[in-house]
Design a protein around this ligand. Sequence first.
Ligand SMILES: [Zn+2]
Length: 112
Amino acid sequence: MVKEPENEPEVTLELDYDRLDYATNREMENDEGEKTGFAKVASYDMENFMYVIKCPYCEHTFKGEGELGQRPWWIECPECGRSSNIYRIKDKAEKKVKNRGPDVPDDADVDV
Ligand SMILES: [Zn+2]
């Protein structure tokens, strides 16, 4: 079973998660460094990519698909014409990392 995100965007990709070879979901920053957008990119075969972008500049949400070619990827917002750089995407679906506390024993006595 695949858990659905709690906040589903208005524009979504209909994906067969079992077949996905690749998926990422990252936040996108505007010029002020505010995380006002996001980029979701997924692929079944690492050649054709499907994406949903929320433009961090004008907050327009759009989706598309195609062969993105070599990284870095630039996807242009059809609303404001600015391109967003989809850079350094991990090769596999991002795994949730458990938020563990500091893994230090109480009696640690180490010379540093
Ligand atoms: Zn835009």
